[in-house]
Design a protein around this ligand. Sequence first.
Ligand code: NAD
Ligand code: 0WE
Length: 262
Amino acid sequence: MLLENKKIIIFGLANKYSIAAGIARSMSKQGAKLAFAYQNERLLKNLRPIADECNSDILIECDVSSDESIENAFNNLTKEWNTFDGLVHSIGYAPADQLEGNFVDVTNREGFKIAHDISSYSFTALAKAAKPFLNENSALLTLTYLGAMQTMPNYNVMGLAKASLEANTRFLAASLGDKNIRVNAISAGPIKTLAASGVKNFRKMLTQHSKRAPLGRTVTAEEVGNAAAFLCSDYASGITGEITYVDAGFNISAMPLHEIEE
Ligand code: NAD
Ligand code: 0WE
């Protein structure tokens, strides 16, 4: 098993559709011992069944917008685990009004600040808080999206925040390399999760994705989870600071074959 004897904490599991749930299932299958951090009490009822499935009873509250909440979370975690081997950051947020309409018209200072704080800075903050407790050969992982690299309708300021998160991944990798801690990101294709469910025309985006992607389909949270398990395992010991695309090849395709075939 890829993750035998690895203790990993997962941030960002809101419900069974979360990418974090796919990651938890795959990591658990590969022998990892898991802990979960949830944003607030309301999410506990959704988290419990999945934590049970993964034989985890370490459930910790953490709102990443608060330094105090992050500090408390790691105090609570280290009551259970003296040290650990991995951290998954599967968190992103911008105010809803930032994600609909023309970028330059809808983006404002407060929306920009919140998007970057919750979606990028929080990864630095968690790495900083985790650092004293991370074993050698640990791995950190975050989730990003193609909107960091290319424009598309409505993703707007989240694209800027994801660009920051990807640079964050590289700077953390450089910063933590001397402790032999690796830091990577997965750029996932669109998946119908809670964060996606509020997005206008999301189903049309899934259809467009399937049409252009070389594999002719979208990806599942389980497929993202399998790549996550690999990247956090010692099989990926030579990989750090990388953005790995798990998107059925969408990002490498400018035009699908079937568009020009008679
Ligand atoms: P999700 O809604 O299931 O997960 C988002 C999580 O962020 C939730 O668990 C929520 O509680 C957490 N969160 C938001 N604000 C927080 C805060 N202040 N403190 C703590 N937690 C907070 O949706 P998801 O699609 O699984 O998103 C997970 C990650 O994957 C995000 O970074 C998202 O940008 C990224 N991603 C999603 C897709 C997609 O199409 N669904 C594609 C690529 C990347
Ligand atoms: O990163 C994301 C989700 C980002 C997200 C979604 C919401 C909806 C509800 C961040 N904040 C919020 N805030 C809310 O209030 N994805 C990659 C999924 C996603 O979101 C999009 C997409 C895709 C893909 C938004 C517009 C266009 C495409």
